[in-house]
Design a protein around this ligand. Sequence first.
Ligand SMILES: NC(=O)c1ccc[n+]([C@@H]2O[C@H](COP(=O)([O-])OP(=O)(O)OC[C@H]3O[C@@H](n4cnc5c(N)ncnc54)[C@H](OP(=O)(O)O)[C@@H]3O)[C@@H](O)[C@H]2O)c1
Length: 320
Amino acid sequence: MSQQLKKVFIFLDTDKHASSFDILTTIDTFPDAAILKYENVTAEDAEKIVYDAMFPRGPEGTKHTKIFINGHDFKRVNEILEKIRECMFPPFELAVIVDPRGAYTTATAAVAKTVELSLERGFGKLENKTVMVLAGTGPVGQTAGRLYASEKANVIVTSRSLQRASSVATKINEEFESEIARGIEAQTSEEIGKAIEDAEIILSAGAAGVQLVSLETLEEYGKNCKIVADINAIPPLGVEGLKSEADGEEILPNIFGIGALAIGKLKNKIEVELIKRAAEEPTGIFDYEIAYEIAKKTILGKFEEKKSREDEQEKYWLPY
Ligand SMILES: NC(=O)c1ccc[n+]([C@@H]2O[C@H](COP(=O)([O-])OP(=O)(O)OC[C@H]3O[C@@H](n4cnc5c(N)ncnc54)[C@H](OP(=O)(O)O)[C@@H]3O)[C@@H](O)[C@H]2O)c1
């Protein structure tokens, strides 16, 4: 008789307290699953925890054991992931979710929402468009920059430090083997204004409770801007005059806005789907790439459907 194996999610968090957000999301998605959590985790700790998780239930059990890597320390999160990759060998392989403090699911939701609005408003795809990620040096901003680069947009990352902005841009350029990204220093209203002058899309990715752009600056310098999005839901918001609930409304003539709560709603859906995917698959890394695939499917599927309908119609309209 085959043994019924319980689904177990093991949270490895780099923070002092594991995020209850992701644990609760997992419990709501799989109420019958067991949850184990470890805090202040280092790569060395992760190795021991993962080996201990792999062997007691055998290869079949590892298929039902999921790891969720979390925490504020972006660098350590990646070290833990690398260590887990090294630990796994067939048939002892696990499915690993990576979403450091929601950065991956938030960035994917933010980028997908801007792509969606651009298509909806008839501005088209992001290829060759100039996208500005304001304060794009945090986990969310860095991930959003990579995703915009994957859409072939020209990415500009700002920071209060030129060195930090350039370092993010260099990583993106190395990953995409191109010169698609550049970093600039912008701190004062005037510097931020000058920075956004060429931007067609702006994503404000600054820390919680920090306003980066005033309405006056956006009005004066944002002549090329069509879409502005903000991921900071804690007042003061990142972009003055852009409400958290905004979901495509015009906030200044010809500038359409997406607020943090509208992004957050999609973020939550993506996270649930990411957890479900990892639960279904015996192995694999479920990170921002899979999250973006889910985001695009969720939000952009309708455009693809419309396009394929149009392509289909075009076939019939051909005059021969
Ligand atoms: N909607 C959601 O579901 C959701 C989920 C997760 C996170 N978030 C939000 O997403 C945003 C980004 O998250 P994160 O973890 O990537 O942010 P973070 O690392 O805390 O901050 C991002 C960047 O903001 C800049 N910054 C920090 N303090 C500043 C200040 N006083 N003035 C100007 N710039 C400042 C820093 O850039 P430099 O030092 O390089 O200038 C920092 O790298 C936050 O607002 C967070 O609350 C939203």
